[in-house]
Design a protein around this ligand. Sequence first.
Ligand code: NAD
Ligand code: UDX
Length: 479
Amino acid sequence: MVIEKICCLGAGYVGGPTCSVIALKCPDIRVTVCDMSVERINQWNSEKLPIYEPGLDEVVQKCRGKNLFFSTDIAKGIREADLIFISVNTPTKLYGNGKGRAADLKYIEGAARMIAELATSNKIVVEKSTVPVKAAEIIMKILRANTKPGVEYQILSNPEFLAEGSAIVDLLEADRVLIGGEDTAEGHEAVKKLCWVYEHWIDTKNILTTNTWSSELSKLAANAFLAQRISSINSLSAVCEATGADVSEVARAVGKDSRIGPKFLEASIGFGGSCFQKDILNLIYLCECLNLPEVAAYWQQVIDLNDYQKTRFTRKVIESLFNTITDKKIAILGFSFKKNTGDTRESPAIHVAKTLLEEGAKLHIYDPKVEHDQIFFELTHPSITSEPELFRKNIQIHNTAYSAIAGTHAIVLCTEWDEFKELDYKKIYDVMMKPAYIFDGRKILDHDSLVNMGFHVQTIGKRLSRTNSLRAQGSQAQP
Ligand code: NAD
Ligand code: UDX
């Protein structure tokens, strides 16, 4: 059997871009991305795609209607496909056993049951979602307990490593593709078939094959390692602020060691996104279930440090503004969890905004890609406030950074969008209340020149006094 038709269950941040790239690189394969959400599928079939991702529009335009289709007809998608990706969401469980830590596998189970009910021929079922180790066993049990005569299944693990904001490049030039399968002749055969799909554009030496459980665990491990690096550098940012060291200089010096490497050492207000926290919690829960409390505690610290970093930054904002921000106008620049995406899941900006709103501030928020409704949704959600109307009254969303900043006491930069580096800060200084404050949570602005203009500047991992900065500029001005 050659793979002629692929179906993907889940048209989200992973299913959409991944299948678009497969369609682009495999013109001989017909790819159908299915979702239960009619709205999401309509958006995939429209001019305005449901997610913003650089390069995605071009790929979709090239393939849609040729060998790439978006559909709510899940039954047809499943029935026709040789290979089915399960790319549904696996959020942290919000109820019952494992609440707040375990992955909620109800969507995975739902997808498996749909396949079991609808499939009428042999299928290779590929777990693309991030799952706890042994999740493939659940899928396998559901499928094999419901097998119809003449229908056989092979279950593979093929976790996705793309990062949002660079998904298309990550998919086109993947560091590696990981495929785990059963150690049986049929298992090997299925692995070979999925390898063949990726070999259309990925070098064979970068396609790693393992057993299913190694593949599942490697995904959790990769995210845990990446997040751990961020928590490590963020922990040192606190030391830098207390000592006068500069965290960027420390990161450069440490990262030059080829054993450590320079990537993922940017101190920030904390990591966000739908994956890091969820997947580490998932790993922690797994360790607890395996009676490995020391290992669980080790990884818990990565999350605790991240919470500490978000709180530390917000506390700094409030303390600098004389510990009273009630009715003060504060501009929030950036609301997505990182640049080049409109995704707000677990964005550190939510924590910052929530805390400032609780203190009675009036927030003026601008983000180049996040929809206005999404910002209101995040900040009035029951998990954020019991007084949504009060919060709503104190939030204004703007279409430009300049309009958000006019008349404010402070700018709090939460996301590292490039356009924030290009703003005319002289002009901005003139339209702000004085003293004018900037809190650069991403360490992307030219702090010395801002201080020179008259701003009070605070950032992550670097102590900035007006005197130091003015000296650095060679200015004679007094602090
Ligand atoms: P998402 O929430 O954007 O998309 C999931 C989609 O699945 C939703 O549109 C939902 O309606 C749909 N769905 C749920 N059950 C379904 C079913 N039975 N049939 C059809 N559709 C169904 O999620 P995402 O960000 O794309 O993440 C998907 C998985 O990939 C998660 O396990 C996540 O951890 C993992 N992952 C995400 C990223 C990322 O950057 N977002 C990167 C790597 C891995
Ligand atoms: C992450 C993984 O990188 C990716 O491999 C996996 O498939 C999904 O989870 P993503 O969450 O989309 O991807 O973005 P990523 O670039 O990893 O950033 C996550 C968070 O860490 C962001 O809030 C980002 O701003 C922050 N970050 C990243 C830092 O604070 N410092 C850094 O040096 C890097």
